[in-house]
Design a protein around this ligand. Structure first.
Ligand code: FAD
Length: 549
């Protein structure tokens, strides 16, 4: 889409009849605002949406040193962005530039626009998505400010959390940014408090945990104290698909994730084999769209909310969360996927987050601009990382234990790698040792064929070596295979934990009403499309199960 087209989608002008139709279907109230009055401020949650009947509204970014106008809205236009649907705090401030007549739409009504007035609802939703894209592409929004050292593990953890959740933020590196001393004292902090997170004087946090940060930004909407139809654990592709299908089919659905939406797919800078995206899509874009879609249908999606354990009370499943919180549900979907295995090499743990990475996104790519880097692994994720990093690093060494790239990597990626001059593939090679000081400096490799060792001066190593399922939180009633992936399907009717007279459905575990989908499932195909397919199929089985209850 051209910039002009994108702008037209982001800021449509409604005629008078559309405006009053939208006002009527959202129960909006017409009010007069005086020049200079603030309609909402950066950091507000549950802020209202305004339809402009007359006058002008200025949208400002106040998160930086000096306020900056983002846009000016006129009669027929409306305020708002996707934060209305996701429940996050707003990044912008709005004020009346002159006396205005505005229809005020309560935040709780905005979600219903899409279902209650479908044609105008679609137009509003498209505008919200386009506005986010414009803001992101402009790169001008300061957003949250993170002040911390590049050598601090917590600084990396917070950056990782903010990036995975696609929040606007600016990182001020203690080691190189001349402004930080002044800024810290401006907010009443000292060096010892870092890393700190601030936002427009509304959020001031000292080394917050992910959960504290999520609470402050609105990523953890409160859970209902009723019984859900479907609780999904894990918001990767499988969990998001289940949330979209479940909520759109009227199931009272919650999908929680310990970190951010998107799971492993969220770490991919280019998914090229997912149906319908011939030029590829980043995992983060796919996840953001899915999150919005699930929100639009009314699913709740608390993030930074790890499931700690599961127990049963007759047919009810009770999930235990941090702080003693519990969620009760009739059906539960295990969609906790898998994590990359840690590299078992001397020195590796010391450099996690400051030299050793398990994802290759812009967040990590900053660490290797114009340097030599090592990518370890022979699968598609390692291949994608090497291709992506070749655009940032001077040279990428792709280290593979096997004797051919073709064994575990899709042919299209192997061809691409062969054509990129600054990627060198080192077959039958292993990483032996990592060393450095406060950050990684040196990687030693060994040829399995000759035993010869080579050392590289290198600030970053990216590891993608096989996956471990995230099933440690599950009770013994949920049967797993020898590698800890969750077993599903009719053969489990022999399980001592199976306590009803029918056979389990295809994606049902050894406990009735508990399902598994995606990478966490024994025998699954480790692809985005298959995870999405399984997540959506589960919803059909949930309906069948609920009929039995
Ligand atoms: C870098 C990379 C590139 C890839 N590229 C492609 C590609 O191009 N094409 C393709 O088809 N596939 C690709 N894959 C594989 C694909 O991403 C996975 O198959 C897919 O993401 C699996 O989806 P899932 O929902 O089953 O699990 P995951 O994506 O693993 O998601 C699981 C989610 O569960 C959450 N979770 C885990 N434990 C808990 C807990 N206790 N409580 C709450 N939440 C929890 C995690 O935070 C995570 O968000 C790639 C993978 C990687 C790592």
């Amino acid at each position: 889409m051209s910039t002009l087209d994108l702008h037209a989608v982001a800021f449509p002008t409604l005629d008078e009849s559309q405006l009053s139709r939208l006002a009527a279907c959202t129960g909006a109230v017409l009010r007069t605002y005086q020049k200079g009055e603030r309609l909402f401020e950066a950091g507000d949650r549950d802020f209202k949406l305004f339809l402009i009947k007359s006058g002008e509204v200025e949208i400002l970014d106040e998160s930086g040193e000096t306020p900056r106008t983002i846009t000016i809205l006129h009669a027929g236009e409306f305020t708002g962005d996707i934060a209305h649907l996701t429940g996050r705090v707003t990044v912008a401030t709005a004020l009346a530039r002159m006396d205005c007549e505005l229809y005020e739409v309560a935040s709780s009504e905005v979600r219903h626009i899409v279902s209650r007035c479908p044609d105008l609802g679609d137009l509003v939703l498209r505008a919200f998505i386009a506005r986010r894209q414009i803001l992101r592409e402009s790169g001008q929004v300061t957003g949250l400010r993170l002040i911390g050292s590049r050598y601090s593990h917590d600084t990396f953890r917070i950056r990782d959390f903010l990036a995975k959740n696609r929040l606007f933020y600016t990182w001020l590196d203690l080691e190189s940014d001349p402004q930080v001393g002044q800024l810290l004292s401006h907010f009443g902090f000292t060096l010892a408090d870092t890393p700190v997170v601030t936002f427009a004087h509304r959020i001031l946090l000292r080394n917050p945990s992910n959960r504290e940060l999520a609470d402050a930004i609105g990523l953890r909407p409160p859970l209902d104290h009723t019984v859900y139809d479907l609780v999904v654990v894990g918001a990767g592709p499988a969990g998001l698909a289940a949330a979209v299908y479940g909520a759109s089919e009227g199931l009272h659905t919650v999908a929680l994730d310990r970190m951010a939406p998107g799971g492993q797919a969220g770490r991919s800078m280019r998914i090229e084999n997912y149906l319908g995206f011939p030029t590829g899509i980043t995992g983060a874009d796919l996840a953001e769209r899915a999150l919005l879609q699930a929100n639009k249908f009314g699913a709740q999606l608390p993030l930074a909310t790890p499931a700690l354990s599961l127990r049963f009370d007759n047919a009810y499943k009770i999930l235990e969360l941090e702080g003693g919180e519990t969620v009760t549900t009739k059906c539960l979907l295990i969609a906790t996927g898998a994590d990359y295995r840690l590299l078992d090499v001397e020195g590796c743990r010391d450099f996690e987050g400051c030299g050793v990475y398990y994802a290759a996104t812009p967040n990590e790519a900053r660490a290797c601009e114009s340097a030599e880097v090592v990518v370890v692994g022979g699968g598609n994720s390692a291949g994608q990382a090497a291709v992506y990093l070749s655009g940032h690093a001077r040279k990428v060494y792709l280290v593979v234990r096997g004797d051919s790239l073709h064994k575990d990597m899709s042919a299209y990626l192997v061809w691409r790698i062969e054509e990129i001059p600054n990627i060198e593939v080192l077959l039958q090679t292993e990483v032996k040792r990592l060393s450095g000081d406060s950050t990684l400096r040196r990687v030693e490799l060994e040829s399995k064929e000759t035993g010869q060792r080579r050392a590289f001066e290198c600030p970053a190593l990216f590891s993608f070596i096989g996956a471990v399922p995230r099933t440690e939180w599950l009770p013994p009633e949920i049967e797993k295979d020898a590698k800890d992936f969750v077993r599903t399907g009719p053969r489990l009717s022999d399980s001592p934990h199976w306590n009803v007279r029918r056979h389990p459905f295809l994606l049902e575990t050894s406990r009735p009403g508990v399902f598994a989908a995606g990478d966490v499932r024994s025998g699954s195909i480790k692809r985005v499309a298959s995870a999405v397919g399984e997540g959506s199929m589960v919803v059909q089985f949930v309906h069948e199960y609920l009929k039995e209850m």
